[in-house]
Ligand binder design. Sequence first.
Ligand SMILES: [Zn+2]
Ligand SMILES: [Zn+2]
Length: 322
Amino acid sequence: MFEIVFLGTSASAPSVHRGLSAQVVMHNEYRFLIDCGEGTQRQILQSGLGFKRLERILITHGHLDHIYGLGGLVSTFLRWETIERLEIWAGRWALDRIYDLLYGVALKGAHAPFPLELHEVKPGRLLEDESFSLSAFPVEHRGADSFGYLFEEKSHRPFLAERAAVLGVPAGPIRRDLVAGLAVTLPDGRRVGPEEVLGPAQTGTRLVHIGDCGNTQGLAEVVGAADALTIEATYLEDEAEMARDFGHLTAAGAARLARAAGVKQLYLTHLSRRYRERDILDEAQRIFPATIVARDFDHYVVSKDRDKEKEKEKGKKTAAAT
Ligand SMILES: [Zn+2]
Ligand SMILES: [Zn+2]
């Protein structure tokens, strides 16, 4: 299961109701801030998430509406907030710009009092633990080195507690061994194999985040049948030519990708101030009905369990939005 909290859903410049690009993806103890537009630190506070464990930042690309908040965020970490470390992951072009922003302006010769690591993103696996993996893949947008991110839970075989009880398997380390795929000997000498108490393998939840994107060719295979896809929808189809010129998608273009990939749920973000949310939603839903246009502070659970997915919590609205 993953959770996503949208912190900023506006394109290029903020609006009264929408901040600049930023969202947090959570899984177990992990928190990933994806993009950090200007004003993100205040959005983090307002969302109730706070700065705790916010140690990994993934950047989709180096345009200012996605990185300018890093200067302010790091500045706060330097003076007032205690964090253990900070990793910033970005493509080469974005990383050079972030380096200038942090070392040329925010730090200006000073040393960060915590490990501050800038990592270059290359396509492929970035991180893996026993329950999930995080990978990056290239995305076409204006400028170089744009990336999308794939969060993928590992498949697992559920432990069938009722079967285990019938077989007389006691709780404790014996069960752990069975879950780990090992055969065990019960106290009464009987042997029990893992296949007797483990159900069929269940594929893990997949969440794909794509930032700004000018061309979806080839992305359907990468996105696959993700449980959720978050992607930009800056334009409407009647300005498709302008969308192409600026390396962006229309709502219809994003919906066509979701349909081709066979995703379960589509979340649209990065909205232009020139359009009404309703028009973006209508255009996308005509092609892909399971579309939601994200608002700042929306909080969604992405899970194989459809009921859980429906437990959408509308986040706290800003004073400005209400
Ligand atoms: Zn942008
Ligand atoms: Zn951009």
